[in-house]
Write a protein that binds this ligand. Structure first.
Ligand SMILES: [Zn+2]
Length: 276
């Protein structure tokens, strides 16, 4: 007795073609869904560190946290970052990163790469030392960047980088509170790194300036003017968070920074507030 083949060749080819068609339809949408999920996780992370930064100002008589700072530990000067100050309000390594971050993730701890970039000797063990001062804190990169420019001080001559004067850095801190006239227009954090030293070319974020051609790496340095495409991670957009606690995904070119309005700097609003 003859058995009919389960599938004829034609049927098999049709099935194969259909599967190929389905894959070609589903894969891009899956990729888009994954990217949308990454954007959302990033936004949520950024929201948490933004709330942490606001909590810090509330408990610090309205002063913003330092971005970088130097402390004397034993007989050594140790440099720390803003993360040390925010850790008690956001004690989870993951929130200091973006899921689209490539290799320099805070949650990975201090890597050999970080040591190498810092010109430090390789270590046998990579201790996971989150949220407190230690020798390599400064060099453990984050996927989220604190906006240096907004730490522009209250008065001219005191700015701009949010470093306590007594630490040995020449710059002062910025006071938040009522000095920030438009909290919803002051960026606190963004996707990517500041990269004045060109360690992370693939992850630079965009900073627009009202004055083209400022010294490289300085306040208001205009990466677009300098021809630097910057980090725009989430399908050519980045996440940004603001002093009012909001966070959203934006096209960097939609963020104003002109003499009339600059979301990167508190300076203009401070002067406005003093004038008024
Ligand atoms: Zn991101």
């Amino acid at each position: 007795m003859l058995r009919r083949a389960a599938f004829t060749l034609i049927e098999l080819l049709v099935v194969v073609a259909l599967i190929a068609l389905l894959i070609s339809i589903l894969l891009p949408s899956l990729r888009q869904a994954r990217e949308a999920a990454k954007t959302t996780v990033c936004l949520s992370n950024q929201h948490q560190i933004t709330i942490a930064a606001i909590a810090y100002t509330v408990e610090s008589r309205d002063w913003f946290n330092p971005i970088q700072d130097v402390h004397r530990v034993g007989n050594r000067n140790v440099e720390g970052t803003w993360r040390v100050y925010l850790w008690r309000y956001a004690p989870s390594p993951a929130v200091y990163d973006c899921p689209s971050e490539g290799s320099e993730r805070y949650a990975d701890g201090v890597s050999q790469y970080d040591r190498q970039q810092a010109g430090l000797p390789a270590a046998a063990v990579d201790p996971l030392t989150y949220g407190f001062l230690h020798r390599f804190e400064m060099y453990n990169a984050s996927g989220q960047g604190a906006n240096l420019a907004h730490y522009w001080a209250q008065a001219e001559g005191d700015g701009p980088f949010g470093r306590p004067t007594e630490s040995g850095y020449p710059e002062g801190l910025t006071r938040a509170g009522t000095n920030v006239r438009f909290p919803a227009r002051l960026i606190l954090f963004g996707d990517g790194h500041g990269d004045a030293e060109e360690d992370w070319p693939e992850d630079r974020w965009w900073i627009f300036s009202w004055t083209p051609g400022l010294p490289k790496g300085g306040p208001g340095y205009d990466r677009v003017f300098q021809g630097d495409a910057g980090a725009v991670r989430h399908r050519r957009r980045s996440n940004y968070s603001f002093y009012d606690g909001s966070a959203r995904t934006m096209d960097a070119s939609d963020i104003p920074c002109t003499p009339e309005e600059c979301w990167w700097s508190v300076q203009f609003y401070v002067h406005q507030a003093h004038a008024g």
